[in-house]
Design a protein. Structure first.
Lengths: 114, 112
């Protein structure tokens, strides 16, 4: 049982490049989330999904896209990377809708855009 | 709309009890209150969760008053390894859509 797995761990992008951050969970969780965390700051919700085929915007969705074709995977796409997207990205999952089911986080992807 | 409010930082010494309070005035009837701990370069991890009154586990206690508009995380006899950022989290308001937004968190610095 690996939990929430994020790849890659580190990535450097040039301005205007695109990439996909991968997130997979093996706990059969229906809810999945993407957060970003800038240095010294808290977690900001980018997108979330309540099940396969369903996604919704969080606090800071601009510049990102997501898809949820399976229960296990929730990739985050950056189409035109900008320096403002330099951050650490965390994927998380939980089993139920409500906050009586804790979030399980991955170890993060550290992204630098130059 | 701020869901939770916590002190930005706190200092303590080894062996002391630390209490971190979180304000959540708009908590919904069905929401639980969950606390997470985050070390540098790691994702947050679950500490404790509760709905009302008091919950205790092997690492912390959680006190929730009857009106549920605040909660207090209590860490007994902290050590240097408890230095971390602590977040309280409640569900989306006014309905539980699965949208979970973190507050700014509390940076706890434990000194020797």
């Amino acid at each position: 049982n690996a939990g929430v797995t994020q790849t890659p761990k580190f990535r450097i992008l040039k301005i205007g490049q695109s990439m996909t951050l991968q997130c997979t969970q093996d706990m059969n969780h229906n809810y999945m989330y993407w957060y970003r965390q800038d240095p010294g700051m808290g977690l900001k919700l980018i997108y979330y999904s309540v099940g396969a085929g369903i996604t919704d915007k969080g606090e800071v969705p601009n510049g990102y896209n997501v898809s949820r074709s399976t229960t296990e995977d929730f990739p985050l796409r950056l189409e035109l990377a900008a320096p403002s997207q330099t951050s650490v990205y965390f994927c998380a999952s939980s089993f139920q809708t409500k906050t009586d089911s804790p979030l399980h986080f991955g170890n993060g992807t550290r992204l630098t855009v130059t | 709309l701020a869901k939770t409010t916590q002190p930005i930082s706190m200092d303590s010494y080894e062996g002391q009890e630390v209490n971190i309070t979180c304000s959540h005035n708009n908590i919904a009837t069905n929401d639980y209150i969950t606390w997470y701990q985050q070390f540098p370069s790691q994702g947050p991890r679950f500490i404790i969760q509760g709905y009302k009154t008091k919950v205790t586990n092997e690492v912390a206690s959680l006190f929730i008053p009857a009106d549920r508009k605040s909660s207090t995380l209590s860490l007994p006899r902290v050590s240097l390894s408890d230095t971390a950022v602590y977040y309280c989290l409640v569900g989306d308001v006014p309905s539980n859509t699965g949208k979970l937004i973190f507050g700014q968190g509390t940076t706890l610095q434990v000194k020797p």
